[in-house]
Structure formats: structure tokens, C-alpha cells
Design a binder for this molecule. Structure first.
Ligand SMILES: Cc1cc2nc3c(=O)[nH]c(=O)nc-3n(C[C@H](O)[C@H](O)[C@H](O)COP(=O)(O)O)c2cc1C
Length: 343
């Protein structure tokens, strides 16, 4: 099997909402929720893809030959790339019932482990989403970051206590899921939280606590006040609010404000190794990718995931070679044309 076969298989298995487009850019699935689309006009998804594609990379090929190192160290572990698989919950609802949250997470986690990167896993109204993903993390020896939705504070802490028993890395919460109003219609509401609420949640665990879905400097400073260990600059793939900026438009100011105090990750329409390079050059410590991992699981199970990671690794390596960059630490904004500014 090669990655092309994975895409062909995915078309057969993934259901009607996702069209497995050549460019996974949010155009064909605009507004498709349930499904993988962005909310409303889908602009929060399409804008991220467009923004990244406008950033140009500076070539620099007169260099001493040296060994290229793509590795990234975090939480006391070394990974092959500065990349995580992003959480996706409710796969039966959004894709097809070829997988449920347990079997999906199992394939994703195994593929990520073989590929040398760490996955985040999702959460949903149905308790089986969370228990399914945790079982998959447990079966892998603790390899994954459970990502809990902003239910009530007590409910989040209850889930953290269960998650702590299986993961060796970190716990996350997607605070921006407060915009998923359909969860209330399904019987379990989510809501925004105060700094005090988040402080209580972050203090309830000894594991690193990561907050996903920060899109302003103000939000990042509140996350800092709450004492989190990291944030993910993300508009949830455009699924929680229409007409948000691309995360890359707000990343630099957020990194300037809190980058010395915590990890700053980013996601949104990152599709290739070159996109990973661009996002890190813009200031992120590491990146997350979501939708293409769903395509990879539906098209090739754990092997599909491994093949996608290998493709990203090849592309990322060639970005480093062609820009005269030897390691992730050396990826700075001057590697981008105009320092990554888009006019
Ligand atoms: C079908 C679907 C389900 C998702 N479920 C979750 C989830 O349970 N928790 C979460 O934090 N993010 C969830 N996300 C958001 C992704 O983790 C990610 O932030 C977003 O899709 C942007 O990345 P991408 O453009 O690479 O897909 C989901 C996204 C999709 C498309």
C-alpha cells in the first residue's frame, strides 16, 4: 500500500460528508457539521488553508553538509517530528460507522506510535467516546493526550482523574468547544469558563495541562494566569465560530506575549511537511494536524497513518535541506520570505 492507495480506499470508507479532496481545504465540505466542515460559510477553515499557502519559503542551499535532525523533545520524550495528531471525537457521527471511537483511536495511536509522533484524542457527549479513546491509550501503554471538552468543572475533573490512570504525557481541554452548541442539543452542554475554573482544573492534575483553542493575546494571558503548561492556537478548524482569523494571523503576537512562559502549539489546515516548517517559522513550538489523519485511518488503518507520517517526514526533511536548516530549533522566521508577512 502507498499513500495514494490510502486516499482511494478512504473515498470508499469515509462516508458522504468528507469528499477526500486532493487539497483538504474546507471548500467542498463548507458548513458540513456533522461532517468535517467549518461552521457556516466555513471561512475559519478555508482561510487557514489560503493563509498558509500564501507564505513563501526562502531557499538557501550553499551550506556545509551536515546531518538533518527533525526530532522534537517534549514531556521528557523525543519524537520524530514537531507534530502531534490532533483530537477528533465522534467519528461515527462525522465520518462513517466503519470505525467507532475505540477502533479509530486504536488505529490512530498504533500508527502514530509506529510513525514516532504523539496523538491527542477526542471527547464527546456519549461517554463511549471518552472511554473508547482511553481504552485505546491504555492498550498502547499510555501513548496519547486525552482532550476533554469544557463540561462543568466537576465533570472535567472527574474525567481527568480517569484519564490520569492511563496517559503518561499530558491532559488537554478544548475550551473553544464552548462553541459546539449542538452538544447541548444532544443532551450535554458545554460552556465558556472563568480563569478560576481553569486554574482549578489545571491544579487538579500533576500532568502537564494544555488548553486548546486560544485565538487572542488576551486569551493567552488568561491561560497564563490560570497556570496552564501550554496552549494550542486554534480556531477548532473553523468549527466553533465563522469568520475568525486564521490561527497564523494571531500566532506571532501570542508567542510574543506568552511564548517564554509556556508551550505554544498551532493547528488549522496544516497538510504537508512544508506547512509544518512554515508554522514553526512563524513561532509555534510544534503543530497539530487533524482531518488528514481521519482520511488516513479510514483509508489504511494504522498503516495509513504511518504512511501519512512518513510522507510528512520526507516533506519536512526536504524543507530543512532546502532552507539550510539543520534542526527544528534552527527554524526561525527569517527562513520565510518577508519574515512570513503577507501583504
Ligand atoms: C470531525 C472533527 C472532530 C473533531 N473533534 C475534536 C475533539 O473532539 N476535540 C478537539 O479538541 N478538537 C476536535 N476537532 C478539531 C481538530 O482537533 C482541529 O483543531 C481542527 O480540525 C483543525 O485542524 P485540521 O485543519 O488539521 O483538521 C475535530 C475536528 C473535526 C474535523
Amino acid at each position: 500500500m502507498n499513500y495514494n492507495d490510502v486516499l482511494i480506499n478512504a473515498k470508499k470508507n469515509i462516508g458522504n460528508h468528507c469528499k477526500v479532496c486532493k487539497n483538504c481545504n474546507g471548500i467542498a465540505c463548507r458548513g458540513e457539521i456533522p461532517g468535517p466542515g467549518g461552521k457556516g460559510t466555513g471561512s475559519g477553515f478555508t482561510r487557514s488553508f489560503e493563509y498558509l499557502s500564501k507564505i513563501k519559503v526562502n531557499m538557501d542551499t550553499i551550506n556545509e553538509k551536515s546531518k538533518i535532525d527533525t526530532s522534537y523533545e517534549i514531556f521528557g520524550h523525543v519524537f520524530k517530528l514537531p507534530l502531534f495528531a490532533a483530537p477528533i471525537g465522534g467519528v461515527e457521527l462525522h465520518y462513517s460507522n466503519k470505525y467507532n471511537d475505540l477502533t479509530y483511536s486504536q488505529a490512530l495511536i498504533k500508527g502514530c506510535k509506529e510513525g514516532g509522533i504523539l496523538p491527542f484524542t477526542g471527547d464527546g457527549v456519549d461517554e463511549n467516546v471518552f472511554t473508547g479513546t482511553l481504552e485505546a491509550i491504555k492498550n498502547s501503554g499510555g501513548f496519547g493526550v486525552p482532550t476533554i471538552k469544557p463540561w462543568s468543572v466537576d465533570e472535567v475533573i472527574r474525567k481527568i482523574k480517569i484519564a490520569e490512570k492511563v496517559t503518561n504525557f499530558a491532559i488537554a481541554m478544548d475550551i473553544d468547544a464552548a462553541g459546539l452548541f449542538f452538544l447541548a442539543e444532544m443532551g450535554k452542554p458545554v460552556s465558556p469558563m472563568s480563569v478560576e475554573d481553569i486554574k482549578k482544573i489545571a491544579n487538579s492534575t500533576k500532568l502537564p495541562f494544555i488548553l486548546k483553542g486560544i485565538m487572542t493575546v488576551k486569551g493567552a494571558l488568561k491561560a497564563k494566569e490560570a497556570g496552564v503548561d501550554g496552549i494550542i492556537v486554534s480556531n477548532h478548524g473553523g468549527r466553533v465560530l465563522d469568520h475568525t482569523p486564521a490561527p497564523y494571523e494571531v500566532l506571532k503576537d501570542i508567542v510574543d506575549a506568552v511564548g517564554d512562559d509556556m508551550y505554544v502549539f498551532v493547528d488549522g489546515a496544516i497538510r504537508s511537511g512544508l506547512d509544518i516548517f512554515k508554522a514553526i517559522a512563524l513561532g509555534a513550538d510544534a503543530v497539530l494536524i487533524a482531518r488528514p489523519f481521519a482520511t488516513s485511518v479510514y483509508g489504511g488503518d494504522k498503516e495509513g497513518v504511518r504512511l501519512y507520517i512518513e510522507k510528512l517526514e520526507d516533506e519536512f526533511k526536504s524543507a530543512l535541506v532546502m532552507t539550510g536548516t539543520n534542526s527544528v530549533k534552527e527554524i526561525t522566521k527569517d527562513k520565510l520570505f518577508n519574515n512570513g508577512e503577507i501583504n
